[in-house]
Ligand binder design. Structure first.
Ligand SMILES: NC(=O)c1ccc[n+]([C@@H]2O[C@H](COP(=O)([O-])OP(=O)(O)OC[C@H]3O[C@@H](n4cnc5c(N)ncnc54)[C@H](OP(=O)(O)O)[C@@H]3O)[C@@H](O)[C@H]2O)c1
Length: 326
């Protein structure tokens, strides 16, 4: 496994981060623990989760993925200091008006609940899941800064922030002497390009932010298991996800997949591995967050780490999914 600095900070993270959105959703606890163990044994020490995973599953109150990770840590496969745990706050964790958002009150309560579920006394990277337009950014940053000073959080980052909000947060932290974001977690893959490439990428490069893109396989579309004009395979995310259905209806997604399949065939690799390798080798990217729901998918995804694409292959793939202004 390769280890990289998370942007310009000193923290080293594995080149692949293990996501946990599928824990308690498409992977039960036993399978999730197997995936965590196999990933750790393969050198992945960076784990991404969120308080709301997987609250959308009927009967889940939220916090399920954090609890599954906490239970895995208790097994002692990895010592706490051997792993880098990233979690998030922002989404609704209850019905009351203050059970969501990025107010000082919410953050101070949410962090305690995440620490309890994870069974740890510090979070390595505490991320804002998406912006809260109804809370001043200074209030949010001050709460995060207090958590860093209290030793409950080591670094802070954000996800799903547009470039102007990211700049506003960096500027506010600088002006007020508060802890600044070290990372961004954007939605980014070979199909979903413009949101990150238009402005965010330049901000991250200029200000030295680590970038940990989510949905690197477009929710599984880039694994190549979906077929033009056919129903999604039974049990796949494509059966329920609106985003995947949209990918399946867009001719551009299939064009990207065609090129991906050609490159994969010529390299004797899978399309997932090529799609991940393309991200891994992009200058601004630190660590794509993979989301395997079983050991087979994990093993496949791991094969991307040692797969060096040529400049011509990278260029071809970039061109296939390039976005253009209308
Ligand atoms: N910040 C945010 O707002 C946000 C949003 C989404 C995700 N995330 C984070 O990012 C992580 C990854 O996101 P993601 O799950 O969308 O990533 P992804 O890599 O785009 O999709 C993962 C899914 O693709 C399918 N898959 C993976 N490898 C495969 C293979 N070799 N063959 C066939 N199918 C394969 C599986 O779905 P099926 O088998 O079920 O079809 C798997 O659960 C999450 O766990 C979470 O930690 C963050």
């Amino acid at each position: 496994m390769e280890y990289r600095n998370l942007g310009s900070c000193g923290l080293k993270v594995s080149a692949l981060c293990l996501g946990s959105m599928q824990f308690g959703w498409t992977a039960d606890e036993a399978t999730s623990h197997d995936v965590l163990t196999a990933a750790f044994e393969a050198g992945i020490q960076f784990i991404d989760t969120a308080d709301i995973y997987s609250r959308w599953v009927e009967g889940n109150a939220g916090g399920v993925a954090e609890r599954i990770i906490g239970n895995w840590l208790k097994k002692g496969v990895a010592r706490r200091e051997q792993v880098v745990i990233a979690t998030k706050v922002r989404g609704p964790m209850g019905e009351a008006v203050n059970d969501q958002g990025l107010s000082r009150r919410r953050i101070l309560l949410a962090v305690e609940a995440s620490l309890r579920r994870l069974g740890t006394d510090y979070i390595d990277l505490y991320q804002l899941h998406w912006p809260d337009d109804e809370t001043p950014i200074e209030e949010t940053l001050r709460a995060l800064d207090d958590l860093v000073h209290q030793g409950k959080v080591r670094y802070v980052g954000c996800s799903n922030f547009p470039a102007w909000r990211l700049m506003q947060a960096l500027w506010t932290a600088d002006r007020r002497g508060l802890t600044a974001f070290v990372s961004l977690q954007p939605h980014y893959n070979l199909i979903h390009r413009a949101e990150y490439e238009r402005e965010l990428e330049a901000v991250c490069l200029e200000y030295g932010l680590g970038v940990i893109p989510y949905s690197p396989l477009a929710g599984g579309f880039l694994s190549g298991k979906y077929r033009r004009g056919e129903a999604p395979p039974a049990g796949s995310r494509g059966e329920s996800s609106g985003r995947l259905k949209a990918y399946m209806q867009a001719s551009r997604s299939w064009q990207v997949l065609d090129v991906l399949q050609e490159v994969a065939r010529s390299r004797g690799a899978t399309t997932s591995q090529i799609a991940l390798a393309w991200l891994l080798q992009r200058e601004s990217i630190t660590s794509p967050i993979i989301g395997p729901r079983n050991l087979e998918q994990l093993r496949d995804n791991l094969g991307a780490v040692d797969l060096a694409l040529s400049a011509a292959e990278r260029e071809r793939l970039s061109e296939a999914g390039a976005w253009r202004e209308a």
